[in-house]
Design a protein around this ligand. Structure first.
Ligand code: PLP
Length: 409
């Protein structure tokens, strides 16, 4: 007789053999004390310092943001009560979308339950609505974008990561047909930035639409925290800007911004928008509070940049193999799945430092790494302790010190 359970256990065994079975640490963050947290270890609760959160600016513990969430929940209750088609749009979402359209200088915005969903359903719906569309997609685009491209059913071509010559070659070869270029601003695993203006130049020359994912940039770059495109003065050149409310804004949800016509079309045709319950009003209210704060306050961004620069300086001064980045993402290369997991385990168990290992398929095999995200609440003392712990771990595991890491292929 067929044993269905065996299919699952053997799939898991394969992951174990390949050393990429994932274990999630049981963590309790402490509002008001970030980056300190409690790790519920097998031996009981232990204090730790978190170094791998994507709550990049610590807005998830902001008093204003928390208050907005709690007050909205008291006033409007917990859930949205259904999809927007069934139950209408709760007023905090209307306010949030106005805030987002203003943030990116666009006519309109549309909120989704996550950044993942906004990419998946946004890209697929957009491309399906453009007859005979060819999608040109950066080789390192996030899985949510890849799924959006795949689900569109449109023809696609992949251009080498940030390679303008290759992109131009593909645009030229495409001829007159409609084209959509999809790319990110900050690539989250290597921490590098795309050449936005140059991509827009090509898009204009070859009459292509542009779609950018600013998930790892919103809140953190640009004078009002609208992202890299804002910092570079390129927002108006991009047709659709996508972002998340879950990282630097510290809450949850995703969004698209663009013209009224495009947003209205996605609202009307995207299954991932239509057939799912809307964000709870309290979540929308908290996100609005966070965006409003970061539009006028640069303090968090400045502190983050200071601590990122300091962390890079201290860690590379100790000979740790940092990948050079121009962003807040600080990858330390290990290059082996087992060693990467062992380094992460030792940091947590011996030093009370939490940095999740990054393994395949998130990054290519042989480029396994620790991905460190310093933020405004990491003190100089935290950075020094991190440096000392990493050196102890590198020495104990026999990993090479004193080399510069090669950028991942
Ligand atoms: C580049 C990129 N886009 C989109 C997402 C999805 O965003 P969210 O976490 O809001 O679903 C992520 C990761 O979370 C990401 O790294």
């Amino acid at each position: 007789m067929m044993n269905y359970q065996d299919f699952f256990t053997s799939a898991l065994d394969r992951l174990q053999t390949e050393r990429r079975y994932r274990v999630f640490a049981d963590i309790e963050r402490k509002a008001g004390q970030f980056p300190q947290a409690i790790w519920h270890s097998p031996e009981g609760p232990k204090p730790i310092t978190v170094w791998c959160s994507n709550d990049y600016l610590g807005m998830g513990q902001s008093r204003d943001v928390t208050r907005a969430m709690v007050e909205a929940a008291w006033r409007l209750g917990t859930g949205a009560g259904g999809t927007r088609n069934i139950s209408g749009t709760s007023h905090p979402i209307v306010e949030l979308e106005a805030e987002l359209a203003d943030l990116h200088g666009k006519e309109a915005a549309l909120v989704f339950t996550s950044g993942y969903v906004s990419n998946q359903t946004g890209i697929s719906t957009l491309a399906k609505l453009i007859p005979n569309c060819l999608i040109l997609s950066d080789a390192l685009n996030h899985n949510s974008m890849i799924e959006g491209v795949r689900q569109s059913g449109c023809d696609k071509v992949i251009f080498r990561h940030n390679d303008l010559d290759h992109l131009e070659e593909l645009l030229q070869a495409a001829g007159d047909r409609p084209k959509l270029i999809v790319f990110e601003s900050v690539y989250s695993m290597d921490g590098d930035i795309s050449p936005i203006h140059a991509i827009c130049d090509l898009a204009e020359r070859y009459n292509a639409m542009t779609y950018i994912d600013e998930v790892h940039a919103v809140g953190m770059y640009g004078p009002r925290g609208a992202g890299i495109a804002e910092r570079e003065g390129a927002m108006h050149r991009i047709d659709i800007i996508e972002g998340t409310l879950a990282k630097a804004f510290g809450v949850m949800g995703g969004y698209l911004t663009g013209t009224k016509a495009v947003m209205d079309a996605i609202r009307s045709f995207a299954p991932g928008f239509i057939f799912t319950t809307a964000l709870p009003p309290a979540v929308a209210a908290a996100a609005t509070a966070s965006i409003r704060h970061l539009k006028v306050s640069s303090q968090e961004r400045e502190m983050q940049q200071r601590q990122v620069a300091r962390a890079k300086q201290v860690l590379s001064g100790l000979g740790l193999p940092l990948m050079e980045t121009a962003t807040h993402i600080v990858p330390v290369m290990v290059g082996d799945a087992e060693a990467c997991k062992a380094a992460s385990d030792r940091l947590l168990e011996k030093h009370g430092i939490y940095i999740q290992p990054i393994n395949y398929p998130t990054v290519p095999r042989g480029t396994e790494r620790l991905r460190i995200t310093p933020g405004p609440f990491h003190t100089d003392a935290h950075i020094n302790a991190l440096g000392a712990a990493l050196v102890e771990v590198w020495t104990a595991l026999g990993l090479p010190l004193g080399t510069k890491a090669q950028a991942a292929a």
